[in-house]
Design a protein around this ligand. Structure first.
Ligand SMILES: [Zn+2]
Ligand SMILES: [Zn+2]
Ligand SMILES: [Zn+2]
Length: 283
């Protein structure tokens, strides 16, 4: 699999949309890898993870043919991961000569519900080509060359009282190789650790880096470097990750306190690659 990080920021982006903090000012001044757009990743050219408001920008920056995307997996409906309005311009007279006119969308019921609040904007032809599949935790779906297992994230605690939101992290397998894409999650839930024990070897683990070098602790919905180290060490201890596993940090916020140029060497010292927009990794 070829995993390409199209966007690597948390919701506000770096430099953040309405911010003048020192990190955002430094990122603006330095440019390059210090500039981060909202989180999105592409596997090969046909499996897309998340649909943030920066999707159009990603198409421009990386010269993507997004009509070739056949499968879209959405982690959750926070705005940096799902901007459903974009789907209203897919197909019909908005998009011609598409590689894949049909799109299978895999997500939680709450995520689909958000699309339905704006779905009236889409015409019939567009709607008919969008095939929603509601995921259940730990229920593997097989689609094309991929086997994808949604695992419940430790995230969105504020909604636990009002419903049963299911933010997901994803275990993605293809041709015997595995990627664990784990963003917008704190330290994993006990049932996720139990599942991962039986998951088989994982060659790439992409972990939430929202907290920068700060420790977020087990109650947070995000992780910082000390939490990432804890998760990494436990995965190695369990035997599902080893010396051939790549550990990557992703999903950064200015509140983490550091631009890419400063964080990348610190991450490397601890055995992590710090992602940047456009980074591609072979798995
Ligand atoms: Zn996010
Ligand atoms: Zn800022
Ligand atoms: Zn989120």
């Amino acid at each position: 699999m070829l995993l390409t990080y199209l966007g690597t920021a948390a919701a506000e982006g770096i430099p953040a949309v309405f911010c003048n903090c020192p990190v955002c000012q430094e990122a603006s001044r330095l440019g390059g890898r210090n500039i981060r757009t909202r989180s999105q990743a592409l596997i090969n050219r046909d499996l897309l993870i998340d649909l943030p408001p920066d999707t159009f920008l990603h198409k421009l920056q990386h010269k993507l043919d997004l009509s070739a995307v056949r499968y879209l997996f959405v982690t959750h409906w926070h705005m940096d991961h799902f901007y459903p309005q974009e789907l209203t311009v897919r197909g019909s007279y908005y998009s011609h000569q598409m590689v894949s006119p049909e799109l299978d969308i895999y997500c939680a019921a709450e995520t689909k519900a958000l699309f339905e609040t704006i779905g009236w904007e889409a015409n019939r032809e567009t709607l008919d080509a969008l095939h929603f599949h509601i995921l259940s935790p730990f229920q593997t779906v097989e689609t094309g060359d991929y086997r994808v297992t949604p695992l419940p994230a430790n995230h969105m605690h504020e909604l636990d009282r009002t419903g049963h939101p299911h933010p997901y992290i994803y275990l993605i397998e293809s041709e015997g190789r595995r990627i664990l894409y784990a963003h917008d999650t704190g330290i994993f839930l006990p049932e996720v650790w139990d599942y991962l024990k039986t998951a088989g070897p994982i060659q790439l683990v992409s972990l939430d880096g929202t907290g920068g070098t700060h420790e977020n602790g087990p109650k947070s919905g995000h992780m910082g470097l000390p939490d990432d180290i804890l998760v990494r060490d436990r995965l190695i201890e369990m035997g599902v990750c080893g010396s051939d596993t790549q550990f990557i940090l992703n999903h950064f916020s200015h509140n983490g306190g550091m631009v890419y140029d400063k964080y990348a060497p610190l991450g490397a010292e601890q055995g992590f690659t710090v992602s940047y927009d456009g980074m591609a990794v072979e798995v």
